[in-house]
Design a protein around this ligand. Structure first.
Ligand code: BG6
Length: 479
């Protein structure tokens, strides 16, 4: 018998801005992701005080513009997902395809038509579509003209967007998520909140205000969804990186407690429990702020309480370690999350510390805290794949990573955790979010495309494709 419940949602996950391409087709407007240069320095460039979202093709490359051209290949790609046996496919809707500038009252019909087709194609292949309403992009106009999510108007624009897509797909799509990795703004507010230094990213008050506006917008989406269809379930989506105290030093233990509250739990606490946690006071005080410094209304706070999310979606790639005494300063190169090096773990080529046991811990911690169903909506290994002359990739390292994480999930299910499903990230190779590279690949399907945008765009199943097919067929790993 499988360790996983019947109907467990095995599948894969992607995001519009990282795979669709067609960035100017079908009336789509520009999004903030279109203005992020490709390459390892992506975050350094957007952190410069003079970065103002200008797209400078003479100076930079923009791999997101073409993505892997899912816009024209979606049928072929969904057929490959079906061949693997996917029960579900998590993808996001590009806001700027539906509202090109974000602030128009009426949606762009061509944009909606594209998602009609994608959803119908999934359903025709017995794949349950799972939608992230906003995944690391918003119409560029909303960042440039309104200053991103710190502006209260964004709530109204998002509500219009969410109502449009929820209403259109309420009968076809049961599982939704409101914002991808909402807590990631603690480290990089550009993608989730549209904040860069030139529009206020360096002032933490803006980040907290943006979060508040997003919490309200998320609660509104839950309200709309529940009113539309009693079966719809709307989740939050957080970036969870299990965090350890570096050692038994109480100072490190306390720092780790605070790190967990501030990073892993803060957003979920509000979205799941419907109210700001008590430690909000300490957290804001660390930036010289008080709750009254934020613009909030009683009506908004009541809305948060009334419309919490139904489940918790989260990504899990790695763990971190916290050390506050300054005695261990050895950090992991490339890891944007910060933290010190954990001597018990190995890291990926990009410095992400690989820790399957951390996933079992995460599942237990989250379930103990919230007692709501959990969904691992991202997990995977970004690696440099080396295809042979027939474009076949023997990605045993990926199989090994995924296998260990599936074992950890099975352990958590045996512990009593209510786990809904598993959608490994980038089930087909796509553009990396943190570095804008094609060469950081996660997929079961190799796409012939390089960092310079060269390649045939042909798709080739990797060894892991056939391995995952078996996992799904067996509803878990073979004993
Ligand atoms: C998550 C994001 O942070 O991790 C995805 O939700 C992202 O958009 C994924 O692609 C992997 O990160 P990266 O930087 O390796 O693409």
């Amino acid at each position: 018998m499988s360790e996983f419940p019947e109907g467990f949602l095995w599948g894969g996950a992607t995001a519009a801005n990282q795979l669709e391409g067609g960035y100017k087709e079908g009336g789509r407007g520009l999004s903030i992701a279109d203005a992020l240069p490709g390459g390892k320095d992506r975050f350094k460039i957007v952190s410069q005080p003079d970065f103002d979202w200008t797209i400078d093709e003479a100076k930079y490359t923009y791999p997101n513009h073409e993505g892997i051209d899912f816009y024209h290949h979606y049928k072929e790609d969904i057929a490959l997902f079906a061949e693997m046996g996917f029960k579900c496919y998590r993808f996001s809707i590009a806001w700027s395809r539906i509202f090109p500038n974000g602030d128009e009252p009426q949606p762009n019909q061509a944009g909606l038509k594209f998602y009609d087709n994608v959803i119908d194609e999934c359903l025709a292949n017995n794949i349950e579509p799972i939608i992230t309403i906003s995944h690391y992009e918003m119409p560029l106009n909303l960042a440039k003209r309104y200053g991103g999510w710190k502006n209260h108007y964004l709530i109204e624009f998002y509500e219009n967007f969410a109502r449009t897509v929820l209403t259109r797909y309420a009968d076809k799509v049961k599982y939704w998520m409101t914002f991808n990795e909402i807590n990631s703004a603690a480290h990089f507010p550009v993608m989730g909140q549209g904040l860069v230094p030139s529009n206020g990213a360096d002032d933490k008050k803006n980040v907290f205000q943006a979060w508040h506006n997003q919490f309200v917008a998320s609660a509104k989406a839950v309200k709309i969804a529940h009113e539309l269809h009693k079966n719809i379930q709307v989740g939050c989506m957080i970036l969870y990186a299990t965090s350890y105290s570096y050692d038994a030093n109480p100072a490190n233990q306390l720092a780790n407690l605070h790190h967990n509250q501030d990073f892993n739990f803060f957003c979920a606490d509000v979205q799941v429990r419907g109210e700001y946690p008590a430690y909000t006071k300490r957290l804001l005080a660390e930036y010289g702020l008080a709750f009254d410094d934020l613009e909030t209304t009683d009506g908004e706070l009541a809305l948060l309480k009334q419309y919490p999310v139904d489940y918790i979606g989260f990504s899990y790639y790695m763990s971190t370690a916290v050390e506050t005494t300054g005695q261990n300063t050895d950090t992991v190169a490339g890891n944007l999350m910060g933290g010190v090096k954990n001597p018990f773990l190995k890291a990926s080529d990009w410095g992400w510390q690989i820790d399957p046991t951390g996933l079992r811990i995460a599942l237990n911690e989250l379930y103990d805290r919230y007692q709501k169903p959990l969904f691992v909506v991202e997990n995977g290994l970004g690696a440099l794949d080396k295809p042979d002359k027939n474009f076949h990739v023997e990605d045993d390292y990926r199989i090994d990573y995924l296998k260990q994480h599936i074992q950890a999930m099975a352990g958590a299910v045996a512990d009593g955790v209510d786990l809904m499903g598993y959608t490994p990230w980038g089930c087909i190779d796509l553009v990396s979010a943190s570095t804008g590279e094609m060469s950081k690949r996660y997929g079961f399907i190799y796409v012939d495309l390089d960092d310079q945008g060269k390649g045939s765009l042909k798709r080739y199943p990797k060894k892991s494709f056939y391995w995952y097919q078996e996992v799904i067929k067996n509803n878990g790993l073979e004993k």
